[in-house]
Design a protein around this ligand. Structure first.
Ligand code: ATP
Ligand code: MG
Length: 338
């Protein structure tokens, strides 16, 4: 059906990112609650074309692992994209609320993301391009779905060199300017899985620090690793350009590595971070904490060389995927805990 601004009642803001904001809205004529993403488009025709293409593909998607679309419309100077409303937070919101996520639930996320990527690629020839916790959504049915995917397959190579958004989930080869491939999404998946299971973005430095100092953040994410509903203070907010580290971490970092940080709310600049991604060894799950199967899977995602990094197809054969499909976690019950 035809969508236009007049037909919606805004209920609340769900969140905002670099690209725009997302509102929970009621479509008055049909009584349908939707999520409406409002993107300010600049006048450049190329950008507009890209968006419209993305929207058309979204509309054609029909998969339990992809957030469905009701359609989109232009409301100058914005484009509005009306999506299926997911009534639970995105996975970044979830772990910031409840702390590190149970590894078996993280296994379900791995399955859903792989299935979503396979669907997008096999059926629509799309590479997602923006896998990260805030683009993995959850609802009270316990469904896990991807949103915010990129441009169409035929145009991938011509568009790959244009700016598609700098993200702290970018693979080493992307940072170095290589063409986007589905393996770049796999890197982002690996980073995402560590972030969810540890409750912290892996490149902030308390993570890589191996001394068993009594860092509050570490303590919190360790203490509740086996609980499905751990009470925990929310993790610090982070956007795609600054990576906050806790004051404790900052002190320790200055002490142990002599690297200067920026003021009270210590941050790692995007440049420092990109440098780390390219030059340091790939992040790993904390050794011995979660078991061999998740470790092997994550390591398969986080090969720095895209040639040795596993493809989605290969990753489907990993033990952890079979294990996670049938691990008995009731996702609906889990989603009811927050
Ligand atoms: P970025 O702009 O860097 O991609 P982001 O993904 O956090 O960051 P948005 O895509 O604008 O930014 O989304 C903002 C928030 O809106 C998300 O974190 C999510 O919590 C919420 N959201 C997005 N789509 C939906 C949806 N379909 N249903 C419910 N909530 C949604
Ligand atoms: Mg998003």
């Amino acid at each position: 059906f035809d969508l236009k601004n007049d037909d919606f009642t805004t209920l609340e803001e769900l969140g905002a990112g670099n690209g725009g904001s997302v509102m929970k809205v009621l479509h008055n004529l049909t009584g349908t609650v939707m999520a409406k993403k409002i993107v300010l488009i600049d006048a450049k025709p190329a950008e507009r074309k890209k968006l419209l293409r993305e929207l058309q593909i979204m509309h054609d998607c029909d998969s339990p692992y992809i957030v469905s679309s009701y359609g989109a419309y232009l409301a100058e100077p914005n484009i509005c994209i009306c999506m299926e409303f997911m009534d639970k937070p995105s996975f970044d919101g979830i772990y910031k609320k409840i702390g590190a996520i149970d590894i078996r639930v993280v296994g379900k996320v791995a399955v859903a993301v792989l299935e979503g990527l396979r669907y997008l690629y096999d059926v629509h020839r799309i590479i997602h391009r923006d896998i990260k916790p805030s683009n993995i959504l959850c609802n009270s049915q316990g469904d896990i779905k991807l949103c915010d995917f990129g441009v169409s397959g035929e145009l991938v190579n011509s568009i790959a060199n244009t700016f598609v958004g700098t993200s702290i989930y970018m693979s080493p080869e992307r940072i170095q300017g290589a063409t986007y491939s589905v393996k770049s999404d796999i890197w982002s998946l690996g980073i995402t899985l560590i972030e969810l299971s540890v409750g912290q973005f892996p490149f902030s430095d308390s993570f890589s620090d191996s001394d068993a100092d009594s860092d509050l953040e570490d303590a919190a994410s360790h203490a509740h690793r086996d609980s499905l509903h751990p009470p925990r203070a929310p993790a610090p907010k982070r956007d795609s350009l600054r990576v906050p580290t806790s004051p404790t971490t900052a002190r320790r970092r200055r002490r142990s590595k002599g690297v200067s940080l920026h003021g009270g709310g210590a941050t790692l600049s995007i440049i420092e971070l990109m440098h780390q991604i390219v030059n340091e060894p790939a992040p790993r799950l904390p050794p011995g904490r979660f078991g061999a199967a998740p470790d092997a899977f994550v390591n398969g995602c986080l090969e720095k060389d895209p040639d040795t990094r596993r493809t989605p197809k290969e990753l489907f054969d990993y033990e952890w995927i079979a294990e996670s499909r049938q691990n008995g976690v009731d996702m609906r019950a889990w989603a009811a805990t927050f």
